[in-house]
Design a protein around this ligand. Structure first.
Ligand code: G3P
Ligand code: MG
Length: 235
């Protein structure tokens, strides 16, 4: 069995099992628990890059409507759980201040990738380095736009299943990693990714048995709502 020396522990939407997802509280909780990296989702509302998963507001806030259609002033007044506001990308960068690498997932299209590239490049003038970011998206053309705008920042092709042309896509994108839903990961895919020089990370892995299975199959890391469980396995 392939045992990587270290199973990378990626806090999913911060530490979603412990705090309201994609909030500053969730991100800080993930860091406090000891995650190696924090993942969060970014969308463009009318004028700002904000951290929220769904295209609509209803599930995670007391607001209504589509994120892309609402103004930042409105978003700001909403409760994202436990009194938390929907954070901006900028606020996350300021909170984290380089303490831990970040997986920035581009959720919306239509220029979001280029806006995020500009924001991360600004952050690199304020102390962040390119290798402290891993940018991913299911929207591969948007990810491509991001890569064109910020070629120095590592990216991961994000897929749910395993398309026939996943490796060609990863190569064309210049990706360093493949992020894939756990139900589609097996040792063959892991070996294939490794043979192409790619890291492979599985989401969203919350049961310790599944973490063990994936680790034994040679996965490089897992996204989890419970970073503490990944760390317990690593001990
Ligand atoms: O990036 C890994 C994972 O977050 C992708 O799925 O829907 O949780 O953003 P989702
Ligand atoms: Mg995500």
């Amino acid at each position: 069995m392939a045992h990587p020396t270290r199973l990378l522990c990626i806090g999913h939407r911060g530490a979603r099992g412990h705090a309201p997802e994609n909030t500053l509280l969730s991100i800080e909780t993930g860091i406090r628990l000891g995650a190696d990296m924090i993942e969060f989702d970014v969308q463009l509302c009318q004028e700002e890059l904000v951290v929220i998963h769904d295209p609509r507001l209803e599930r995670t806030t007391n607001g209504v409507g589509r994120v892309e259609h609402v103004r930042f002033d409105y978003l700001r007044g909403l409760d994202a759980g436990k009194g938390q506001q929907i954070p901006t990308l900028h606020e996350v960068l300021r909170l984290v201040e380089g303490r831990i690498p970040l997986n920035v997932e581009i959720k919306s299209a239509g220029g979001t990738g280029a806006r995020i590239a500009a924001a991360l490049r600004d952050a690199m003038h304020e102390g962040w380095s390119a290798d402290q970011f891993l940018v991913s998206s299911f929207h591969l053309p948007e990810l491509y736009e991001f890569k064109q705008a910020a070629p120095e920042i590592p990216i991961a092709a994000l897929v749910c299943g395993v398309p026939l042309d996943w490796a060609a896509c990863a190569t064309e994108l210049g990706a360093q990693a493949l992020n894939v839903s756990e139900e589609f990961v097996d040792s063959r895919l892991i070996e294939d990714a490794h043979s192409r020089g790619l890291k492979i990370y599985a989401y969203t892995v919350n049961h310790p048995d599944d973490m063990s299975l994936l680790r034994d199959a040679g996965i490089d890391g897992v996204f989890s709502d419970y970073p503490d469980r990944v760390l317990a396995l690593r001990q």
